[in-house]
Write a protein of this length. Structure first.
Length: 313
């Protein structure tokens, strides 16, 4: 292997060719184009090692590396008959295949171990002692591979890798407002009962859908949100099970999402009774359908659907 020594601190010819200024603050050790490899996304790219320091290294790939900066890579190289592998992040690349890499030290121990290995480059007499100490500390005695990406056993002052938190649970869909009424309320699906709202004083008609209805009012979602005056005279046209209703009322409350509450007025007794009976029948059908769809509880007898009361005409 070519001799390795402490660089003078000036840019090498390779550094000038790359057109990049090396900003590492640590001492740099010249590696004289020692063979190495760069692992990136499962692909091993052969390279020439130019220099190394505690903070990172500079190399030249033998094949184009086009992924640019801030890529996670693993560098493997030989130092004094030891194979060193360490993870890092690319900081810059150049058109002529030069790459600057910043090392990632999982703990302070790995930085100290790298510092000991770099000492071998300037003190040959200490090389054997340092190699044995580093290999033993990593539980790899007798192996030529020194894998600094593997952290030692955690200590109180060690940097602990951040754990990824589970994403927050999805927010519950806000419940829509309900019609206020002292009577039975029939809740309808969106689009089940299209409606036309006529504002008498304004002379305008607004399309929408009835969502709730009772004897004394209804809740309508307008097809497009508009500003509606409160206590305005209105007329609502809608259908329930094919029966048309045209009921006068006044606007009483607005909600977000184009919801408008209307209180019925001036309804004849016959019309009110017809509406009440139809609401009871549809409400009973909905309850029976829900019971049939839900799984029966063990040992619980099925209850028959409620019968709608008969209203005298």
């Amino acid at each position: 292997m070519a001799s390795q020594h402490l660089s003078s601190g000036h840019e090498t010819s390779a550094g000038k060719t790359s057109g990049r200024r090396d900003l590492r603050a640590d001492e740099r050790f010249d590696l004289h184009r020692t063979p190495g490899s760069l692992l990136h996304k499962g692909e091993m790219i052969p390279c020439e090692m130019l220099d190394i320091s505690l903070g990172g290294c500079r190399l030249r790939t033998l094949r184009p590396f086009t992924d640019g900066a801030l890529e996670s890579v693993k560098v493997t190289l030989a130092i004094q008959e030891m194979v060193l592998s360490i993870w890092g992040i690319t900081q810059w690349t150049s058109w002529d295949r030069y790459v600057g890499i910043r090392f990632i030290h999982p703990t302070g121990h790995t930085r100290n171990q790298l510092a000991a290995l770099l000492t071998c480059l300037v003190d040959q007499s200490a090389a054997d002692v340092i190699k044995q100490a580093v290999a033993a500390s990593l539980h790899h005695a007798g192996s030529p591979i020194i894998a600094l990406e593997r952290p030692l056993a955690p200590e109180p002052d060690a940097v602990v890798e951040e754990e990824f938190q589970a994403p927050p649970p999805p927010r519950e869909k806000p419940k829509r407002p309900q019609l206020k009424s002292d009577h039975k309320i029939l809740t309808l699906d969106e689009g089940q009962s299209p409606a036309q709202l006529h504002l008498v004083a304004e002379g305008t008609s607004l399309a929408g859908n009835v969502l709730d209805v009772s004897q004394d009012g209804c809740l309508v979602r307008l097809a497009r949100p508009v500003t509606v005056r409160m206590k305005a005279q209105a007329e609502v046209n809608f259908n329930l099970r094919g029966l048309p209703f045209r009921l006068p009322g006044v606007t009483s409350e607005t909600y977000t999402g184009g919801l408008l509450e209307i209180r019925f007025t001036e309804m004849s007794t016959r019309k009110r009774d017809d509406l009440a009976q139809l609401i009871m029948e549809l409400h009973g059908q909905n309850e029976a359908r829900n019971q049939a769809a839900s799984p029966p509880s063990s040992g619980a007898p099925k209850t028959p659907p409620p019968q709608a009361p008969q209203t005298a005409r």
